[in-house]
Design a protein around this ligand. Structure first.
Ligand code: ATP
Ligand code: RIB
Length: 303
């Protein structure tokens, strides 16, 4: 089993459940509010851990009560918190508005913002000895760029989940062996509107010609798309009747993809597994609580 390093965000998620999204300028009543640890880095690390993978999470929290809660929660779930550092600032917060089948999120980065290329360089040994580096965009872009560069120089495969998406420089995109946007993130990255499978297929083909890595696009309830020898493949997600919370579905996908690749599986098998794991995760509330075990995914795939 390969060793997966995640360098990324830890947040306290403040989740307000509502029947529908408020319109611009409108005030509506919510149903519940819950405080649960999240953050794309932490969620993806938890996903790998729950599947039984070898994971080390590198992250930063603030010196406030949320920082303590987030650290304790990781530890209670069984993850090592040795490389979670406390900064003299606030812990990252995600303000999540949750409707039955979707969400919208505003992130205040707090301590996550404290990563720099220099602090990344302080972990170069850990990065270059990992078997896979998994990153997202909730820490500063120049820090992500530096980590990807170090990994690439030493032949460590990289997965970049470009979320939340912004336009990225070409020399950074070339460092991602696997890049995993959802459809809107792909539109942000490419500046192209994608409304048909034909456009999706040609975008993936062009991307892989331009940047070299594998582009895997998550499509929500439709599953995920990738290209095999220039041909568009769509891996359908099973139909989920009891969707409870899609928060962290993308994180589950990325964690499971990293798990499969670290196991030495081929890309199609890893993507199939990731689609199944992520579709199972939406049946539970909370980003981290929804991450399934390996056995649960197997049972789900065989049901
Ligand atoms: P999020 O930001 O909500 O964590 P995302 O936008 O990054 O997610 P999506 O493309 O929405 O990512 O979903 C990731 C994966 O989760 C999909 O590829 C699919 O496997 C699974 N998934 C998401 N929503 C559903 C759903 N309603 N039914 C079944 N599977 C789903
Ligand atoms: O991907 C879901 C995560 O995005 C949430 O846990 C929230 O913290 C935001 O970072």
């Amino acid at each position: 089993m390969g060793k997966i390093a995640v360098i990324g965000s830890l947040n306290m998620d403040i989740i307000v459940s509502v029947d529908r999204m408020p319109k611009k300028g409108e005030t509506i009543h919510g149903k519940t509010v819950q405080y649960l640890p999240g953050g794309k880095g932490a969620n993806q690390a938890v996903a790998v851990y729950k599947l039984g993978g070898d994971i080390q999470l590198y992250g930063k929290v603030g010196n406030d009560p949320f920082g303590k809660d987030v650290r304790e929660s990781l530890s209670q779930q069984g993850l090592s918190t040795e490389t979670i550092f406390t900064e003299e600032t606030a812990t990252g917060i995600a303000n999540i508005t949750l409707v039955p089948d979707d969400n919208s999120i505003v992130v205040i980065p707090g301590a996550n913002q404290k990563w720099t290329p220099e602090t990344i360089a302080g972990f170069s040994e850990e990065i270059v000895t990992a078997d896979i580096l998994l990153m997202q965009l909730e820490i500063p872009i120049d820090a992500v760029h530096e980590a990807l560069k170090l990994a690439k120089q030493h032949g460590v495969p990289t997965i970049l989940n470009p979320a939340p998406a912004i336009k990225l420089p070409a020399d950074m995109l070339q460092l991602a062996d696997f890049i995993t946007p959802n459809q809107t993130e792909l539109e942000t990255l490419t500046g192209r509107r994608i409304t048909t499978d034909e456009q999706l297929g040609s975008t993936i083909k062009q991307w892989e010609a331009d940047y070299g890595g594998h582009l895997i696009v998550t499509l929500g309830s439709r599953g995920a798309a990738y290209s095999e020898n220039g041909v568009l493949k769509i891996v359908p997600a099973p139909v989920v009747k009891n969707v409870r919370d899609t928060t962290g579905a993308g994180d589950c996908f990325n964690g499971a993809l990293a798990y499969g690749l670290a196991e030495g599986w081929e890309l199609p098998r890893s993507i199939n597994f990731a689609v199944a794991a992520a579709s199972l995760s939406v049946t539970k509330f909370g980003a981290q609580a929804g991450m399934p075990s390996f056995e649960e995914v197997m049972e789900w795939m065989n049901s």
